[in-house]
Write a new protein. Structure first.
Length: 95
């Protein structure tokens, strides 16, 4: 995987939040809420491949990740983001 960019300060720009969720309705709701709160949303990414591309091509302040994406774990993506000091919030509908 190529380098993932994360930054700690916003330099006057809206903080960029990566959204990774395979359920379109949930992704749309998260996107709308974050934008309403003043964040710039990167994505949503609906696949791990999309998520990695978005993460590599954008400077991120944080990420909201579905714990499972199309039956695959997002743990490796989260670890890559954490190595670059990018906070990660997991969401899940699993019980």
């Amino acid at each position: 995987m190529t380098s993932i960019n994360c930054i700690g300060e916003n330099n006057g720009l809206k903080p960029r939040i990566l959204v990774v969720e395979d359920q379109i309705l949930i992704a749309t709701m998260i996107d709308a809420e974050l934008r309403e709160l003043g964040f710039a949303v990167v994505g949503p990414a609906y696949t791990l491949e999309q998520a990695h591309k978005f993460a590599c091509r954008n400077r991120l302040h944080a990420a909201v990740l579905a714990y499972e994406l199309n039956s695959a774990s997002t743990a490796d993506l989260a670890r890559a983001l954490k190595r670059r000091a990018c906070p990660v919030l997991f969401i899940s509908a699993l019980e």
